[in-house]
Design a binder for this molecule. Structure first.
Ligand code: ATP
Ligand code: MG
Length: 407
């Protein structure tokens, strides 16, 4: 307990003389403050709700409602309030009932002053701890579920060529963004053949489709019922559907509503995509604050990225939103990022090395390597990617400049 905090005590007894006597005894201890007196069980419940005392000194035999029933109700409604029964009843049956009702202590009347003081002091410590835990739990829940108004960033990881490492980059960049303060979610928009569930070893019958199709009724409870929590990384996860046929029902509009909603709850919304340009992927690219475009050193992949960049130009996706990276980079292969940057007129900002064992181990363990193998070169490159993105979001320069989100 804070040193200057007084223990708030409510006295409940139907006899006026007893109330006065108890009050005098209690006030010998200067750390205690009597905040009220109740005469019946019902009054006790009412005053407990109004005054929220730390400790209640409760009689048993009272008109309208006895002290044990009142204790039961109070403990259920306000679990942090500690009840000490003060009774003339010496029968163990009463003690057992009091205990079952949630009383913390049982003293015979009239109590010894030391016994009463010690009982109140120890009950006060428990009350204080329980009160603090309840506040933390409530604010934790609020943070989890009701936190809205965050201006989170949507990062879409995309490649027009399959198999180049989009899912690897997406799950790991999400891991790189995760800090104790930052709320990060990874969303799998590869609705037909999504792999995020495999990469993070997460299973659920609910998927991103269940949220997207309820995009007009999203609220914190709906989110909580579908979003998974990945314990090893602290990431929130929205997997693709187990039954791919349900993906057909999702529209691009629903996806953009969902992603914008998530960005008001999470600091970073990282989206994995399919190389095939579905309505869902198109919608994600449209609302993205940043698009991480992934190529490998293979000519087919580089050619497809070139086509995508031309498509982006034609469809109004600003190149300033695109952060081009080369994954599976092997310096023995003479396809150099500088040359590709030149040819496609889009600078490759980062290369991610080919590190087969680290990547495979991470997938087998279901934990992003950026979390379980932080010191590996590949992890450092992904951390750098996270830094580049943060830098863009923070200073809006061409290191890169990112315009306001398209809505
Ligand atoms: N930097 C890397 N070093 C070594 N292996 C890698 C690297 N990046 C990805 N891989 C491997 O390449 C394969 C494809 O990766 P991933 O599934 O991430 O690609 P994708 O683009 O998401 O594929 P898909 O088109 O099927 O969704 C995986 O086996 C993965 O282990
Ligand atoms: Mg993939």
């Amino acid at each position: 307990m804070p040193p200057d905090a007084k223990t708030k005590v409510l006295i409940v007894d139907d006899t006026p003389e007893t109330r006065v006597m108890i009050q005098r005894m209690v006030q010998f201890d200067s750390t205690v403050e009597v905040v009220g007196n109740a005469r019946t069980g019902k009054e006790a419940i009412e005053m407990a709700g109004q005054l929220l005392p730390d400790v209640i000194l409760m009689d048993i035999n009272m008109p309208d409602l006895d002290g044990i029933s009142a204790t039961d109700t109070i403990r259920k409604k306000y679990p942090f309030i500690q009840v000490i029964i003060l009774s003339v009843q010496t029968d163990p049956i009463f003690m057992r009932q009091a205990m079952l009702a949630g009383a913390r202590d049982y003293l015979f009347k009239p109590p010894m002053i030391d016994d009463l003081t010690n009982a109140i002091r120890s009950a006060a410590v428990v009350a204080h701890e329980a009160r603090t835990a309840q506040i933390q739990q409530t604010s934790g829940l609020q943070r989890l579920g009701q936190q809205q108004g965050v201006e989170g960033k949507i990062i879409v990881v995309y490649s027009p060529k399959g198999g180049v490492g989009t899912t690897t980059v997406a799950t790991n960049v999400a891991g790189a963004f995760k800090t104790p303060e930052a709320k990060v979610i990874i969303v799998d928009l590869n609705l037909l053949f999504g792999d995020v569930a495999v990469f993070l070893n997460s299973q659920s019958k609910n998927s991103v489709v269940d949220l997207a199709t309820r995009s007009d009724e999203l609220d914190p409870d709906v989110l909580k019922s579908v979003i998974l929590s990945h314990a090893a990384s602290g990431l929130s996860v929205l997997i693709s559907p187990v039954k791919p046929e349900s993906a057909e029902t999702v529209t691009g509009e629903q996806i953009s509503t969902l992603l914008k909603y998530l960005s008001q709850t999470f600091d970073y919304v990282v989206v994995d995509t399919s190389s095939y340009m579905t309505d869902a992927v198109q919608a994600a690219l449209d609302v993205a604050d940043a698009i991480v475009l992934v190529t490998s050193q293979e000519i087919a992949s580089i050619k497809s990225c070139g086509q995508f960049l031309r498509l982006a130009d034609a469809s109004g996706i600003s190149r300033k939103r695109i952060l081009f990276v080369m994954n599976r980079f092997d310096r023995r292969i003479r396809v150099l990022p500088e040359r590709v940057s030149e040819i496609l007129k889009q600078e490759i900002k980062l290369v991610i090395p080919f590190e087969e064992k680290t990547v495979l181990d991470s997938i087998n363990h279901g934990i992003p390597f950026v979390i379980e193998a932080k010191t590996m070169t590949i992890s450092r490159s992904i951390i750098q990617l996270g830094d580049l993105l943060r830098e863009r979001f923070n200073n809006g320069s061409d290191a890169g400049e990112i315009p306001a989100r398209k809505i």
